[in-house]
Design a protein. Sequence first.
Length: 201
Amino acid sequence: MTVVSSWNAGFFLLQRGICPFFQVRTLTFGQVFLWSDNLAGQSSPLKRAEIVAARMAAEMGYEFVDVEVVKEPMGKFLRLYVDREGGISLDDLEKYHRAIQPLMDDVDYDYMEVSSPGADRPLKKQEDFDRAAGMNVEVKLYRPMDGVKVLTGELIGLNEGRIEVRGADGKVIAVEQKAVAMCRPLVEFDEDDLADDAPEA
């Protein structure tokens, strides 16, 4: 079994198809049946995976954040992001990885990563925007709007499908969420923070 883990990177990685124990397709975890034929009508394997992953996370006491498949030179990476109140540990990530891997057979991937989302994780769901309201965010657009493709400002929220941001001039800009490639919090550091982290001479 190939396992790569790191406290700094905060993820747990396993290569697909190399542990026979994980070839089980259907699993009941606690009182929640996580995979059933009812999911077959969902729009795509990734969407079905999202539903299953969210149920598993809830049953294990974690917060499901996101799932994505990214093609890289090494192959296709299935990445799941989970969190928990007070922070998630590497042991938590490993437990979740081992629990969820047998249920991801419908997704075409070569490697699976389970990681914590990080402070600048992209905002996608309504609850993400509700949680980040009042924070400074960066909004990247698919196409320029009035000659601008990247907006920054204070996030007001996601209202009726539009992301609302207050700019430095106090004006509120509303952008359709479907026109946004990415919206994420801006993680800012002041000079004192950087000085504290600098190695002593």
